[in-house]
Design a protein around this ligand. Structure first.
Ligand code: ADP
Ligand code: IOM
Length: 342
């Protein structure tokens, strides 16, 4: 493989950090699962509008291709090679009374973590048999959950188009045919091995075999962020007694995209700030100050509708879960204050 054609105006982390020297040093390496640099960068090479554009095929990718991953991890999370990740899943440490009790701004709150099964390749390098094994063992574990977490699994295979489209439209299910995931092999054998588990109220959900093998999700209408976090923590704790997760002291939970390492947590609200959004510089000044990311309301790479945005914590590694949610909470309070003042 030759050094890829990366135009000067490309702003992804791949374009920023893949110098010809880094490329030369890594181009012939292969992990024990057969994952190469060419595979790791293909999504960003084919999708120049990527935010990052680089994926890992397994935990070893982060060590073998460290010349590319380390600067991206440092740039995105502000986390250095010798730093250690820390966890805090205690809801009592979160200072987050509902910032919008009258429901004027916050439409809904969602917090998710990514998880992958220990001692298996990540989605980009997994075989069909391994992926099917992940599905059956995760579903076996999920089927033992009780109380509020009790629910049922709905495989994508055999799901009607209508049900699938409704779940996507209502923000419960991942999209189909994502070109960023496609380019790194995450859509191979689609739809086999993929599905969604959820409780009756759809306040607790688990995506199986999307970008990560598990996305554990707690969500509900309104702005009770602490309630959403508390439910998520109880789900994580129950599931990890049944499924061993890939984790190390340096990078925390191992995920296929380097943005998700560490806590693998994205805590978001859908929030209506139509006046503030008329001045994107002022809006961005607040989100930057609180380390937040702005997304559209149909997920990553989508657009806002009606002045409603998805606002979430940007950093996930080197800070605890409580700090990640606190970043989001503090920023949301600042956004509401700014919107009210306009
Ligand atoms: P992820 O959060 O897993 O990184 P996306 O950004 O693609 O992935 O979002 C996945 C889905 O979750 C999308 O349908 C998105 O609209 C929905 N979503 C995210 N945050 C919220 C929220 N606060 N309320 C309702 N739906 C949300
Ligand atoms: N996590 C991943 N979907 N994303 C950061 C893609 C990208 O834009 O590079």
């Amino acid at each position: 493989m030759n050094y890829p054609n990366l135009p000067k105006d490309c702003t992804s982390m791949l374009c920023k950090h893949l110098s010809p020297e880094v490329f030369e040093a890594l181009k012939d390496k292969k992990t024990a699962n057969g994952f190469t640099l060419e595979q790791a960068i293909n999504s960003g090479v084919l999708n120049l509008d990527s935010g990052i554009g680089v994926y890992a095929g397994d935990a070893e990718s982060y060590e073998l291709f460290d010349g590319l991953f380390d600067p991206i991890i440092e740039d995105y999370h502000g986390f250095g090679k010798n730093d250690k990740h820390q966890s805090n899943l205690n809801p009592d440490d979160l200072k987050a009374p509902n910032p919008d009790p009258e429901g004027k701004f916050i439409v809904s709150t969602r917090i998710r973590v990514g998880r992958n099964v220990a001692n298996l390749p990540l989605g980009p390098a997994i075989s069909k048999e391994q992926r099917d094994f992940v599905e059956s063992s995760v579903v076996e574990g999920l089927n033992t959950l009780e109380g509020e977490l009790k629910g049922s699994y709905h495989p994508l295979l055999g799901m009607s188009k209508e049900v699938q489209d409704d779940l996507i439209k209502d923000h419960f299910l991942f999209k189909e045919g994502d070109r960023f995931l496609d380019a790194v092999g995450l859509n191979r054998n689609w739809p086999e091995g993929r599905g969604i588990y959820h409780n009756t109220d759809k306040t607790f959900l688990v995506w199986v075999n999307e970008e990560d093998q598990l996305r554990i999700i707690s969500m509900q209408q309104g702005g009770d962020i602490k309630e959403v976090f508390t439910r998520l923590v109880s789900a994580i704790k129950s599931i990890e007694t049944k499924v061993p997760f890939s984790y190390n002291d340096h990078l925390g939970y191992i995920t296929s995209c380097p943005t998700n390492l560490g806590t693998a947590m994205r805590a978001s609200v859908h929030i209506a700030v139509p006046k503030l959004a008329e001045d994107m510089d002022a809006f961005k000044a607040i989100t930057d100050k609180h380390h937040l990311q702005i997304r559209g309301i149909h997920g990553e790479h989508s657009q806002s509708e009606g002045g409603v945005y998805d606002i979430s914590n940007l950093r996930r590694l080197g800070i605890t879960e409580v700090e990640a949610v606190q970043d989001m909470y503090d920023g949301v309070v600042a956004l509401i204050t700014a919107e009210k003042a306009l």
